[in-house]
Design a protein around this ligand. Structure first.
Ligand code: G3P
Length: 222
């Protein structure tokens, strides 16, 4: 996967229900194709397989659970995510947390079935601990900035820089993303200047009046 990486988490906003999820994923694909930048789409669980089978950009689940295939109900197993056609998953988003020992098991199950992992962390300290599980990417997101109008890159550049240093000290192969309030190409540029390999965002695209224009703006300085 080429860097930088832009990850669009659709969350469970009303704007992504049903057919709208594929429509936003297609916009991600168009901008990825015209810009050459890697854009990963994270549709809601109900649309995961449908979206994954109908776009050619990487599609990730918004969550995976620490469960192997078998007799349990309603969980997102890494194995099912793989079978749906998705290429990876977010784990431990601040809006869908897992205890540390479960993060480790989930990441291991994902590795075992060949899907990529982006593990989220609220703090630099947590990001450094998660780095020991060797996920493919770690995304640092201060919860208080999520959904707001001020990008983490302006409100708290230190958390981005310090996460990059702490994670790469543990394992240089892990890509570091930052998120919360990221909305513009300027925010993405700043994230990269702070050492991040990309961004994780949601409302800047999903809630935008014109999501395609918002996506095009995100890649304009890359
Ligand atoms: O997963 C992305 C996220 O939590 C940040 O949300 O709306 O601030 O881009 P947002």
């Amino acid at each position: 996967m080429t860097k930088p990486v832009i990850v669009v988490n659709f969350k469970v906003y009303r704007e992504v229900e049903g057919a709208q999820a594929l429509s936003i994923a297609k916009m991600c694909q168009e901008v990825a194709e015209s810009s050459g930048i890697t854009i990963i789409a994270c549709p809601p669980v109900t649309e995961l397989g449908y979206v994954a089978r109908n776009v050619n950009i990487p599609v990730y689940s918004q969550n995976a659970d620490p469960h192997a295939p078998g007799s349990s109900t309603g969980w997102m197993t890494p194995s099912m995510i793989k079978a749906s056609g998705a290429a990876g998953t977010l784990i431990n988003h601040t809006e869908h947390k897992q205890p540390m020992d479960m993060i480790s098991i989930t990441a291991e199950l994902c590795r075992g079935c060949g899907i990529s992992t982006i593990v989220c962390a609220d703090t630099v300290e947590l990001a450094a601990k998660i780095a020991c599980f060797a996920p493919d990417m770690i995304a640092v997101e201060p919860p208080e900035l999520i959904g707001g109008d001020v990008s983490v890159t302006d409100a708290n550049p230190a958390v981005v820089e310090n996460t990059v240093v702490s994670v790469k000290n543990v394992n240089k192969k892990i890509s570091v993303l930052c998120g919360a309030g990221v909305k513009t190409g300027k925010d993405v540029k700043k994230a990269l200047e702070l050492g991040a390999d990309g961004v994780l965002l949601a409302s800047g695209v999903v809630k935008a009046k014109d999501p395609k224009a918002a996506l095009a703006d995100l890649v304009k300085y890359l």
